[in-house]
Design a protein around this ligand. Structure first.
Ligand code: C2E
Ligand code: MG
Ligand code: MG
Ligand code: MG
Length: 286
């Protein structure tokens, strides 16, 4: 009798730790079948070059619609996929899906765009990654320079020697690399110059208050200057207003990405953005 009450007590007062563990298990169990049950899809967000006023890239962002759990954010399910090892198959699926989409747009004769795909730390540490990428590019028929791999600064900073070696390997295969969430990952400047990065993605936390916060401005300006002198391009993430866009343009940021121009959209809607061109993003349409 007493024992049963005790168990019920435990059920009522589940700790936060237990709740997190239960959620993790729930996510992993549902995620295991997400690919074969066709619950995953990829949306694309334009990357717009400011001087050229053109869409020059697309970032592939993963979406999961689970019948049991609803729409789960990648910020929540990617960590669960990493801890469970499922990220290897999910990451490979996203790569192939995004590369395939880039090939389709090229075949339709649309303006050329680079396809940017996020890499998880677990994928990046896998020594088979370069072979996998080369195989996908060959099988799908995309020239390597149209693929860009996004690695967060935190992952690169955590193992700089490994990051330098892997980025060198991928660079030699013709694939571009960009450093995501730049400014939040504490990479040392001596390592940064050795990363074979094509582009720095300025984290959206610095962009948010760029028109009002003098310190954020100083950080963004410093990142842009440093990238320029190291021969890297810059893209600002999370650009939501014309004021942010104008500031970045005046301060020689090369590209922007954010809701101001477009949210991440399905492939068919992205195709229409490519047809319309980027002119409508600016006050003075061509
Ligand atoms: P991220 O790579 O830094 O992607 C940018 C995030 O900012 C995306 O969130 C995007 O939807 C959001 N965003 C874009 N423009 C704006 C804006 O103007 N304002 C605001 N507030 N947000 C904006 P999302 O799609 O939820 O992805 C979150 C993170 O999940 C990504 O951050 C990335 O780290 C990870 N992720 C997404 N897809 C994948 C994937 O296929 N593989 C891996 N390994 N990670 C992924
Ligand atoms: Mg990214
Ligand atoms: Mg980012
Ligand atoms: Mg991020």
């Amino acid at each position: 009798q007493a024992k049963r009450t005790g168990r019920q007590g435990i059920c009522f007062f589940t700790s936060a730790v237990q709740q997190r563990a239960a959620r993790h298990l729930q996510l992993v169990n549902a995620l295991r079948y997400a690919i074969e049950r066709k619950q995953l899809h990829v949306v694309y967000q334009p990357q717009v070059a400011l001087r050229e006023r053109a869409i020059i890239g697309a970032e592939a962002l993963l979406r999961w619609e689970s019948p049991e759990l609803g729409n789960v954010s990648p910020a929540e399910f990617i960590p669960a996929a990493e801890e469970s090892g499922l990220i290897q198959s999910i990451g490979a699926w996203v790569l192939r899906e995004a590369v395939r989409q880039a090939v389709r747009w090229r075949a339709e004769g649309l303006p050329p765009v680079t396809m940017a795909v996020n890499l998880s730390a677990v994928q990046f540490r896998n020594t088979d990654l370069p072979k996998l990428i080369t195989r996908i590019l060959q099988e799908e028929g995309l020239p390597a320079e149209y693929l860009e791999l996004e690695l967060t600064e935190a992952v690169a900073a955590n193992d700089p020697q490994g990051a330098i070696a892997m980025m060198n390997n991928l660079h030699e295969r013709g694939v571009r690399m960009s450093i995501d969430d730049f400014g939040t990952g504490y990479s040392s400047l001596s390592h940064l110059k050795k990363f074979m990065a094509y582009k720095l993605k300025i984290d959206q936390s610095f962009v948010r208050d760029i028109t009002t916060d003098a310190e954020d401005r100083a950080i963004v300006n410093a990142i842009i200057q440093m990238a320029r002198s190291l021969g890297m391009r810059t893209i600002a993430e999370g650009v939501e207003t014309i004021e942010q866009l104008s500031y970045l343009h005046e301060h020689h940021c090369d590209e922007i990405q954010g809701y101001y121009f477009s949210r991440p959209v399905a492939a068919t809607a992205f195709r229409q953005l490519l047809l319309d061109g980027a002119a409508r993003a600016f006050n003075n349409p061509a």
